[in-house]
Write a protein that binds this ligand. Structure first.
Ligand SMILES: *[C@@H]1O[C@H](CO)[C@@H](O)[C@H](O)[C@H]1NC(C)=O
Ligand SMILES: *[C@@H]1O[C@H](CO)[C@@H](O)[C@H](O)[C@H]1NC(C)=O
Length: 250
């Protein structure tokens, strides 16, 4: 029984994280897509603010509202270099670097190979093409302009955002200078393929697998994952669950 309680708690935490992040990330995604380069800056500005406030809060807490001593202000944190890059005026990417986790393909690409199993009603294979934008829109009557129109499925945001991230101008392979860490897990597809699955172990397998993989990385230990984000293109209802019922039915 104890084992079950622990597992459920872990599952719940994981899904809470996914749910909250999906809402936030969807807004970020819109920002990226609609505002383009400017949106990218906005995303990282907000991350930068979080960094700054975290720094100030911890400095104040540790000195009980007195002026920090030199020794304390020089203290080294795992994110010290990331903070320093914010202040580096000669670096156009200072404070905007994003590190992308190199996840095993079972967390993303493999799901695309099994695109037929992603939805009970829709063959998603067409819609995962063109970087997730889907097939070009049929324009037989010439209603639309000749380029840039796609028959996009509402649930392919995971793929679209993942591909947009690959074009982000301030990616880094050095996670120590990153302002945020992107997790390219197709959480929306994962929940969709088991939406009506009654077996909890099957339903939660990939999420638990991801938690295990992520929590072992050095990037996770820096802030306990608070600087990580992912995108899930589903409604929050799909992520709710209770033991013994399908997701969304509990
Ligand atoms: C500031 O950024 C520039 C340009 O990327 C880099 O060459 C330099 O090493 C950075 N300075 C520090 C102190 O990290
Ligand atoms: C659920 O799935 C797992 C793994 O596929 C299996 O070992 C287990 O027996 C299943 N449980 C039930 C209640 O069917």
């Amino acid at each position: 029984m104890v084992k079950w309680a622990g597992k459920n708690q872990e599952t719940l935490l994981c899904f809470l994280a996914v749910t909250i992040l999906s809402s936030v990330s969807f807004l970020l995604f819109l920002d990226f897509l609609i505002l383009g380069g400017r949106g990218g800056t906005t995303v990282v500005e907000s991350v930068k603010l979080q960094f700054s406030s975290g720094w100030i809060a911890s400095t104040h807490a540790s000195t009980a509202a007195t002026t920090p001593t030199v020794a304390e202000s020089e203290k080294y944190y795992p994110f010290t270099r990331a903070l320093a890059s914010v202040e580096n005026k000669s670096d156009p990417c200072g404070g905007k670097y994003i590190y992308v986790h190199d996840l095993p393909s079972r967390f993303n690409e493999d799901m695309l190979k099994e695109c037929r199993s992603l939805s009970l009603w829709t063959n998603m294979c067409d819609f995962t093409t063109n970087g997730g934008l889907g097939p070009p829109l049929d324009n037989a009557e010439g209603v639309f302009s000749s380029t840039g129109w796609y028959a996009t499925n509402q649930f392919t945001v995971d793929v679209i955002f993942g591909n947009r991230m690959k074009q982000y101008e301030c990616l880094t392979r050095d996670s120590a200078i990153a302002a945020a860490v992107f997790v390219p897990f197709y959480a929306g597809f994962d929940v969709a393929r088991y939406l009506w699955e009654q077996n909890v172990s099957t339903r939660d397998a990939a999420s638990l697998d991801l938690v295990e993989w992520l929590t072992k990385t050095p990037e996770w230990t820096v802030m306990g994952g608070k600087d990580h984000f992912l995108v899930a293109g589903r409604i929050t209802w799909d992520f709710r669950e209770s033991v013994g019922f399908g997701i969304g039915l509990g």
